[in-house]
Design a protein around this ligand. Structure first.
Ligand code: S3P
Length: 424
């Protein structure tokens, strides 16, 4: 049996833990490990507001006087490659009493920001984007007002930006999502004492006069990072894999459901932990035979980060798999739809994009080749998983980008390789 117990700290939860620990006055210790570059981007940005943040091996210490005491940053806030940092910050800055510029790296500077700016402007925000609706965003904080808003895309980043604007701006908000997305921001809001209610795809938030946030907070391992090994173990021959200390928030585990429907043998088990907000536990996987399925449009938002690795799984499954309505993949860290299609073709898997649907026919024979990752961490990890499943030569052009979310990926890859069995 192969056992992994130190997955990187959940990226989405780490960003939000840092945000709430910075917004609310006090000293807090965030327990976790292997924080990726995206999380370091959030730290860099909040330090620019005057928050004292120190990163140690397995913990981050945040000392803040609260958002009311934030200072105006002297330079643009650089969100690096992190869409979550940029979009959640846009929401926060909309209500801060000064001017902030948010910038990002080449990939982030091409991603759509109008979807965030438009509802914030409806709340009264003053935001200027580049002509094509991207970063840099120049935000002049304003007094905000309530809105009742229907999100045009199912995006947890967008929903969170609006909730955070309402939180800092001290106004109520109602948001309706086209489909359910991860609910970490809502869980944090509820933990700090905000009035927040969710029924189906509608969320109501009402501000309170005072909030409290615990002095210690434990960040679980990243369920999306776990997905690479869950797929590997499902496809490899005769493997039993246990992943421990993983976040088991149901809004992040729909990929497990998809794999089970494809025939995977996966068991999750919750355990009690210091984290009262987010579920934590283990994922146990046994190798099995997978078959193709159709994944409906309504399920896509919940598996958005795992579609590339699920697409790879489909390339090893019997029959055809179809992922419906995956257009959002085009505006991730790379055009992930094109990138995964190219990767699959390179290894011998027939697939095609029909409108916004991705059709994949499982192959019987696979081969190596030259893989372009487009500097996208999730594409690079898919390429590495393909390379350990297939007994052939691979040339993957950039794997440094993996550090964005999974700095200890290659340690785990080595561990897996020792117990690895290729399928071909
Ligand atoms: C995230 C939400 C998702 C996801 C991203 C992290 C978050 O983006 O792809 O990796 O932490 O809220 P969208 O909400 O834009 O789909």
């Amino acid at each position: 049996m192969i056992r992994i117990t130190d997955l990187p700290s959940d990226k989405s939860i780490s960003h939000r833990a840092l945000i709430f620990a910075s917004l609310l006055p006090g000293r807090r210790v965030l327990h976790g490990s292997h924080f990726g570059e995206d999380v370091l981007s959030t730290i860099r940005c909040f330090k620019a507001f005057g928050v004292a943040i120190t990163v140690h091996d397995t913990e981050i210490i945040v000392e803040s006087r609260g958002w009311q005491q934030f200072v105006e940053p002297r330079e643009a806030l650089d969100a690096g490659n992190s869409g979550t940092t940029a979009r959640l910050l846009m929401g926060i800055c909309a209500a801060l009493p000064f001017k902030v510029t948010i910038s990002g790296d080449a990939s982030l500077s091409k991603r759509p920001m109008r979807r965030v700016a438009e509802p914030l402007i409806l709340m009264g925000a003053d935001i200027t984007l580049s002509n094509d609706g991207c970063l840099p965003a120049v935000i002049l904080g304003q007094k905000l007002h309530s809105i009742d808003y229907k999100l045009p895309v199912a995006s947890a980043q967008l929903k969170s930006a609006l909730l955070l604007a309402a939180f800092v701006g001290g106004v109520s908000i109602i948001v309706h999502e086209p489909a359910r997305t991860r609910n970490h921001t809502e869980l944090f809001l509820s933990t700090v004492g905000a009035e927040i209610e969710q029924v189906g795809i509608t969320t109501w938030f009402n501000p309170q006069a005072e909030y409290q946030f615990a002095n210690e907070y434990s960040i679980p391992g990243d369920a999306s990072s776990a997905a690479y090994w869950v797929v590997w173990a499902s496809l490899a021959d005769g493997v039993i894999l246990e992943l421990d200390n993983v976040g088991l928030n149901p809004s992040r585990l729909s990929y497990v459901q998809v794999l089970k429907e494809m025939g995977a043998d996966i068991v999750t088990a919750s355990k009690n932990s210091a984290n009262k907000t987010e579920r934590i536990g283990s994922i146990m996987v046994r190798s099995s035979k997978l078959h193709g399925i159709t994944v409906s449009a309504e399920s896509i938002a919940d598996i958005i980060d795992e579609i590339p690795i699920l697409a790879l799984a489909a390339g090893f499954a019997d029959g055809e798999t179809c992922f419906n309505a995956v257009e959002e993949l085009r505006v991730k860290e790379s055009n992930r739809l094109e990138a995964i299609t190219e990767l699959l073709k390179t290894i011998g898997v027939t697939n095609n994009i029909d409108g916004n649907d991705l059709h994949i026919t499982g192959a019987k024979v696979w081969h190596g080749g030259i893989i372009h990752t487009y500097h996208d961490h999730r594409i690079a990890m898919c390429a590495e998983i393909a390379a350990i499943l297939i007994d052939a030569d691979f040339d993957i052009d950039d794997v440094n980008c993996i550090a964005v979310s999974y700095p200890n990926f290659f340690e785990h890859l080595r561990q897996i390789n020792e117990g690895s069995r290729v399928i071909k």
